[in-house]
Design a protein around this ligand. Structure first.
Ligand SMILES: [Zn+2]
Length: 313
């Protein structure tokens, strides 16, 4: 390999190295419940080296076809997932349901649509899809994620937009599509399969780690988590990271963390106490040993402080 690399010009060298990465980063489905499969992206930022394989996708095989949840971060990844699905079942992919329209979950859509799948998402994604932000993001991705995202990669809307709770039945299996936004995004959707007690949770639940709250609407997010805590769940498949058999604990941890942020930062904002003081005096002892606490907590607290200031007005 080394000899080969030496003889290649710089551009081809890059492709050769990408080729190595590719072999290691292939989405290989693992089964998490009877007929339920997932592929797990890397916990990294999207890059040419990882082909934007940084999010999960799941699928359920029914007697009349396959339902896929989330479309992965590039068309090439989606093609590979389709090939993997064909090794498991001769049945076609009938539907792709999106938990939300973030780039790493949707850039693979065109491959599923070309394979004849119906794309289903919450109508609230329409605004983002038609926004300058989405167009700019795709433009940037065509450079940052080249060649996996290129001029041929496009934003794909849903074939079927849903406005409220919706039940989809395929092969006698029920899929409950539950809107839970605006939380992580306005269009958040979870998919619950009652007969398998399986939840596809998108980016609403973080497992054993401090979540990235970003600009999320944490008030709605808490309400959504409380809704999900009413479900009977054996397995939860998150948008990132491994599947969970302790969904209840994960849901509670994410909810309790958000509640704590809003309580401490909300008090500070109402009392017009400066952020630094409020942050220093808040009790983080329940969360400070969790992974990503150092990376995420301070910015989460600050964003929540701003949000609570805004809500107090
Ligand atoms: Zn995500």
């Amino acid at each position: 390999m080394r000899a080969l690399v030496k003889t290649l010009p710089a551009g081809l060298l890059t492709l050769a190295l990408l080729g190595i990465a590719r072999a290691q980063d292939t989405p290989v489905p693992e089964t998490v419940a009877p007929g339920v499969w997932m592929v797990q992206g890397q916990s990294a930022l999207g890059s040419s080296a990882n082909r934007n394989f940084i999010s999960n996708a799941g699928f359920v095989v029914t007697s009349e076809g396959v339902v896929v949840i989330d479309a992965l971060g590039s068309p090439a990844l989606a093609e590979e997932l389709l090939a993997q699905i064909r090794r498991i079942t001769p049945l076609p992919v009938r539907h792709v349901i999106l938990t939300h329209y973030h780039a790493d979950h949707i850039y693979g859509l065109q491959a599923f649509q070309a394979a004849g799948a119906t794309v289903i998402a919450h109508r609230a994604a329409g605004e983002y899809l038609n926004s300058e932000t989405a167009a700019q993001r795709l433009k940037a991705s065509r450079e940052e994620l080249f060649p996996w995202i290129d001029e041929k990669t496009r934003l794909v809307g849903a074939d079927r937009w849903i406005d409220g709770p919706t039940t989809l039945t395929l092969g006698g299996m029920e899929f409950r599509l539950q809107p839970v936004g605006p939380s992580h995004t306005p269009e958040d959707l979870v998919v619950y399969v009652p007969s398998l007690r399986t939840l596809f949770a998108g980016d609403l639940v973080f497992r054993g780690r401090v979540p990235f709250v970003g600009q999320a609407d944490s008030g709605h997010w808490i309400t959504a988590l409380d809704t999900l805590l009413g479900y009977d769940i054996d397995v939860a498949i998150p948008g990132h990271g491994p599947a969970s058999k302790s969904a209840r604990a994960d849901l509670e941890l994410t909810r309790d963390y958000l509640v704590h942020l809003r309580k401490t930062m909300g008090e500070a904002a109402r009392n017009m106490e400066p952020f630094e003081e409020a942050y220093a005096k808040a009790d983080w002892s329940r969360f400070d040993r969790l992974p990503l606490f150092k990376a995420a907590n301070r910015i989460n607290a600050y964003n929540t402080y701003l949000l609570m200031e805004h809500e107090a007005k």
